[in-house]
Structures are given as C-alpha cells and as structure tokens.
Design a protein around this ligand. Sequence first.
Ligand SMILES: Nc1nc2c(c(=O)[nH]1)N[C@H]1C(S)=C(S)[C@@H](COP(=O)(O)OP(=O)(O)OC[C@H]3O[C@@H](n4cnc5c(=O)[nH]c(N)nc54)[C@H](O)[C@@H]3O)O[C@H]1N2
Ligand SMILES: Nc1nc2c(c(=O)[nH]1)N[C@H]1C(S)=C(S)[C@@H](COP(=O)(O)OP(=O)(O)OC[C@H]3O[C@@H](n4cnc5c(=O)[nH]c(N)nc54)[C@H](O)[C@@H]3O)O[C@H]1N2
Ligand SMILES: [Mo]
Length: 763
Amino acid sequence: MASKPPTGDPVQDAPQVEAPKHAAAGLPAIGHTLLMAQQQMGVRRTAQTLLKVNQKNGFDCPGCAWPEGDKRHTAEFCENGAKAVAEEATLRRVTPEFFAAHPLSDLAARSGYWLGQQGRITQPMYLPEGGDRYEAVTWERAFEIIAEELTALDSPDEALFYTSGRTSNEAAFLLQLFAREFGTNNLPDCSNMCHESSGSALTETIGIGKGSVSLEDLHRADLIVIAGQNPGTNHPRMLSALEKAKSAGAKIISVNPLPEAGLEKFKNPQTPQGMIKGAALTDLFLQIRIGGDQALFRLLNKLIVETEGAVDELFVREHTHGFEEFEAAAKEADWDATLEATGLTRTEIERALAMVLASRRTIVCWAMGLTQHKHSVPTIREVVNFLLLRGNIGRPGAGVCPVRGHSNVQGDRTMGIFERPAPAFLDALEKEFGFAPPRHHGYDVVRSIEALRDGRAKVFFAMGGNFVAATPDTEVTEAAMRRASLTVHVSTKLNRSHAVTGRRALILPTLGRTDKDVQHSGRQFVTVEDSMGMVHASRGNLAPASPHLLSEPAIVVRMARATLGARSAVDWAEFERDYATVRDRIARVVPGFEDFNAKVARPGGFQLPHAPRDERRFPTATGKANFTAAPVEVPELPEGRLLLQTLRSHDQYNTTIYGLDDRYRGIKGGRRVVLVNPEDARQLGLADGSYTDLVSEWKDGVERRAPGFRVVHYPTARGCAAAYYPETNVLVPLGSTADVSNTPASKSVVVRFEAALAAGNES
Ligand SMILES: Nc1nc2c(c(=O)[nH]1)N[C@H]1C(S)=C(S)[C@@H](COP(=O)(O)OP(=O)(O)OC[C@H]3O[C@@H](n4cnc5c(=O)[nH]c(N)nc54)[C@H](O)[C@@H]3O)O[C@H]1N2
Ligand SMILES: Nc1nc2c(c(=O)[nH]1)N[C@H]1C(S)=C(S)[C@@H](COP(=O)(O)OP(=O)(O)OC[C@H]3O[C@@H](n4cnc5c(=O)[nH]c(N)nc54)[C@H](O)[C@@H]3O)O[C@H]1N2
Ligand SMILES: [Mo]
C-alpha cells in the first residue's frame, strides 16, 4: 500500500548536518529509490512502472533530458528519475472534496512540499471571481471561460502562454500554433530561466543553439571538461557515460565552486564491480569562484594561442571568422587578474593546460553554473572560442555539450515555443496553415512578469510548470500574478502557482508521461527530443490518474476551438483525434522532421541534423564559426558580502520537493541551509549551526530577505555561498538578468548575513 500524504505542515525544517559524501549512487541509491517509489505507488505499480522507463516501447523519463544509449538496461532509470516517476505515478489523489476542505488561503499558507505530496489532480477546478475556494467545473465551461477572457482582451499581446519543459513536441507545436493564430508571440518558457544563455551564445557563434555531441562522442573523448554542473544529482545517467569514457582513457576536469560527490566517484549500480569499488571520475578539480569561468577560459585560450603548434590553424582558417580580434583580446589575459577572479592557483591552471594540450578530442559540458550569471553569454562564447581554437567542433569525440534540464525543453524550442521566432519558421507556418502569424517579438519570462506587474498582460496560461515558484523575485512576481484577470494552469500536481491566482483561475488536470493516452483513433504516443537532438516516441502504460483528465494536445485543441471558432484557418479537431496528424504538420514546418511519422516509428527514434556537427557547416551571419572577444567580466563583491548561488538539493525536481535530505552533501531533514566556506564564516562571524537571515543587495536598493537559514561550514570556494532554490528566489531581483539572454542571474546573488532571532521556518 502507498502511504498517506503527510498531514502536518509547515513541515518541520530542522536540518541536521553530517560530512559530505565522496561518491554517488551505488546500493544506497537503489534502496532509497525503491522506498520512495513504493511510498507513492505501492509495490506492484512500482515494478510495472519503473521497468518501462526509457525503454524503446516505454515512456521517456520525465526526469532530465540526458539521452538513452542504444543498448538499454532492464532498469534504465536512475534514483532521481525514479523519484520523478513516483511523484507522477503516485496513487494519492487531489479531488474536488480536497478543494472544498482547503480554501485558497489555506493552500497559500502551505509549503510547496506539502502541496506536491497531496497527489494527482483529478478534475478541472475553477476559482470564480471573489471566491474563496476552487470548485469543480466541466471541461466545456472551463474552455468557455478561457475564450471569454481571451476574446475580451484589447490586444492578443495581453495574453501569455508559458511552457515548462515536460510538454511533448505535439502539445508544444499545437500551443505555439494556437498562440500565433490568436495573434501573439508571447510564448515564455522555462528555457528563458535555464539554457537561454547557451542558446544565445551558440546561435551567434556556431549557428545553432544546441549541443554538437552525441553519447558516442562522449565515449570517444580524450578530455571532458564539466563546468557548472552537478550530474550526480541532476543527470545521474550521465555518470555511466563518464565512466565509460574514463575506461576508454578519457580525462575529466571539473570546474565547480563545490566538490560534488557525483563528480568525485561513481559507484555504478548496473555493474557488479562498479557497485563495490566505484570509479574515480574527476582527474583535476578546479574549485573556481562563482562567476570566474570566463576569466579561466580566457587565460587558457591565451596560453593555447601562445603555445607553438597548439592552434588548429587549418580549421581556424577554413571554418572560422574573427580570429585576429579574438587573439588580440586573448593575449591581454593576465595571470594575476585570473588567479584573483577564479581563486585558482597557477599550478592548477598549468595542469589544466597540459591536459588540454594533450587532448585531440575535447568536449565541454555545462549547465546552470554557467548560464545563470550576468555575463553568462560571453562566458559560454569563451567556451566556444576554447573549442574552436583546437578544432574541437564537428569532429568525433569533440564538441559543445550544454546539458539540458527538463526532459523535452529542447524539443519545445524546436517546435517553436520561442518569443523571438526566426522569420523562416513563421514563413513555414504561414505557408502550411494559411494565416499570417505575428512578426513582432513577444515576452520572455522576465518580461512577462513585468507586463503582468504593469497591467500590460492580463491572461496567463501555463502548460505545466510552477511559474510563481520557479521565477525570481517571489514577492514581485506573486503580486504581478494577482493582477491578472485570469490564470490557467494545465497541471498534473498541485503547486504554489495554483494558490497565487488572478481575479479568476482554472486548474486543468492533465495526463502525465506515465499515463496511457487513448483518443478517437486509438492509443496515442507523443514524441520528445533529448539533450543531444535524438527524437523518439514516449508511451505511457498506466491507467490515468482519473477518468476526467484530458491530454495536453486535447486541451490546446479545445481551447483553440472555443476561442477561435469559425475564424480559425486550422482544422483543429483532427489533431485531437490522432496525433499522427500533428506530426504530419510538424514534418512540413520544422526542418529535420521530414517523414516524421515514419522515422519515429523506428525503435529508438532518429537524430536531428546539426550542421556544425555533421558537416562543419556553420549557419551564422558570417557563414563561419565566429570567434568573439568580449571583455572579461568578474562579479563585484563588496566587503563583508558573499556571492550566493541558488541550486538544487538531491531530493527535489526544480520546485517539486521530494524530501528534505541532500544526501551527498550530508544535509538531512531540512532545506533552509546556507553553505559557507569555513574561512569566510570565521571572518563574518557565522558559527556553524547558527541561524542567519540572507539579505540580497542589488543596485535598485530594495531589501530582499530570506529569513532563518542554518549556517553550514562547507568546503565551497572562498567568497561563495550556496542555498537551495526555490526558497531563495525571494532574493533574486527581477531586473538582475544575464546580458543578451535575459536569464535571471540566480547563481550570482550578492548577499549579506544578519543574525536571525529564531531558528526554524519563519517564512
Ligand atoms: N533530480 C533532479 N534532476 C534535475 C533537476 C532537479 O531539480 N532535480 N532539474 C533539471 C533542470 S530543469 C536543470 S536545468 C538541470 C540543472 O542541473 P545543474 O545545473 O547541475 O543544477 P544546479 O543544482 O543548479 O547546479 C549548478 C552547479 O553549478 C555549480 N556552479 C554554480 N555557480 C557556478 C559558477 O559560477 N561556475 C561554475 N563552474 N560552477 C558553478 C554548482 O556548484 C552546481 O554544482 O537539472 C535537471 N535535472
Ligand atoms: N533561483 C533559481 N531559480 C530557478 C533555477 C535556479 O537554478 N535557481 N532554475 C531555473 C530552471 S533551470 C528551470 S527549468 C525553471 C523550472 O521552472 P518550471 O518548469 O516552471 O518548474 P517545475 O518545478 O519543473 O514545474 C513543476 C510542475 O509541473 C507540473 N507538471 C509536472 N509534470 C507535468 C506534465 O507532464 N504536464 C503538465 N502540464 N504539468 C506537469 C506539476 O504540476 C509540477 O508542480 O526554474 C528556474 N528557476
Ligand atoms: Mo532547467
């Protein structure tokens, strides 16, 4: 039997601290996985479900976007993937009776953890104007309400259509089609807060905003640099690929302010010897200061340029543009300034250089540690410079590897979920569907919040996600959301965003990845694209959480029919009956998807074309791969302050909190902790185990405070601190974003510490 959800809330946040671990996975992970899964699903459903994860006839794990290899294990899941699955396949239910018993004020006072633990939502729910609780509503009425509000807007640009990255290709394609036929490009998505900086930097430099390596490439690399990523927690299946690369002779450099257990050592639970001994992964750990990566790569680039024969001159001449200007800038890199910015020693950087020069095939992997700073875009461009110098793009075993987060975030963008669509994409849409899509750019996430705040946007529709909890500046964002006339959430589980509503609100419960999806033409599957551009089918096999659920494609179709009615140029109804008809349209609009239905029928799916990877062709403005030469930036840190990064614990999936432990970092039973280097702590008078408020400082002079964090002395780099998101989102100013990509700078928050009066959960 699955256990009942916890009743007590706020859940006691009382962190206990022990020594951090030095290895990831192994038997404890499996035991932990099965325990969590059985609590949510019971024993039979656990077995039935976990054996289908990432199998060729199964469903795509709703965890991360890491690809599956061609040969699958029986159990192709990881501890954290299993938690994601259990969270969705839970037997707990949130029914209309639940909403009757919990008025909005009650839901608004609950922790995100408690809300998530209540289970799957079973029926569409409506919060009428002035109402104090959600009531059951029919689907028909729900779509009428959406249509009423959308039709009443002065301009289509007063509507916002947000997408979180679990949405399938089919649903994403339909959503952007609807938004554009309705008349707006306001398609903000979680990518705006995630890998947007990677997309911006890569599009400009290599002509496509996606990674250029496959799993095979990783296995063949000589050197893998992992910067700003914690795969042991967030992409556990990546550890098997690293283990394989190591056993073929690869070296690994990790660049991180924290020593992350998963990068130190990996105990592979799928091989007997791995389970016992484990494999050391990192050969060189560069414990960098937060925000020091651009300076590090710039200096490495200078050293490469100055080493006789180190530059791949033929590649640079034939395939790149802007080398001279870049070279001049690189030569100015300065040892002392770099050591200061990075906190590294000369010897460490020289060791890194030796490994770089010894490698013929180098890959750089990165995630949020590089993308969420003010200077993220120039940082990632510098990574590209680094790879271009030695011809490491478009060669087996080499390339750029931005490791994506949500399982279909990359696919959603490919399907046109983008507030700044390329003209060619809009042309194709116009040709296929016969209406003129809007050409002016829409709002991204931060601009959407500003538009709500300023009354320029009035209807907010979310295809998944937890907008108010995931976005920065919680108080500002929540106030902005409350100004909306209608907020609509297509969701599987309850979350904070359902409690922070506009004048009217709807919750539309939907099928998840694990649920069986049957429509008029029979059983459906959907498709997703992983971090390496592989597209494949995903089929759920469980009886849906309730007979009242609609699939995401069905919800978009019905919203479109209710809103656009006879004025639509599109035959929406067929899309709901048979998703293959959606794929036929995608095939005619999106390059690389020709013969989509046939190609996706192959087990394992197909790989999308990638010009730099496949043919060393760079579809940029210059027609070449572009070197760039931005000035090196380093975050400024006034006396007595630390630079705070907001990151994930081992027991969460973004805003979904599975539990209160962060096993590898030795934190148990609580999330309100701040990790501080013991030397800094001593200087700041922060005793281990004492409680402190975090107060962020930014140029707007507004005081943002997160109260009651337990200080943990922890071996992070000097000048740096770390605490979990989403609790710390209150500290991230809405205006503090990355240049160009506008991604919230949630890994570069300047904070001071003020002793807290009481311990525990004040917020
Ligand atoms: N289990 C689980 N899996 C997930 C998620 C989850 O929440 N839980 N989230 C998914 C999503 S949407 C995403 S985007 C990914 C996120 O995957 P990650 O990017 O691994 O997630 P974070 O926890 O934000 O970790 C950031 C890492 O960067 C380091 N870092 C911080 N600042 C810097 C810096 O300035 N320089 C360098 N070099 N390193 C730095 C941190 O110490 C940390 O190791 O994971 C995906 N997978
Ligand atoms: N401070 C700080 N802020 C950050 C980050 C950070 O590192 N630090 N990371 C950023 C990143 S990388 C990201 S990606 C965003 C994440 O932002 P989001 O994607 O908006 O947030 P999630 O927590 O992943 O969304 C969880 C909700 O999705 C719904 N859901 C789950 N599965 C499905 C499904 O199949 N269909 C539908 N319709 N709904 C579903 C559930 O209701 C669940 O409550 O947060 C960003 N915010
Ligand atoms: Mo993400």
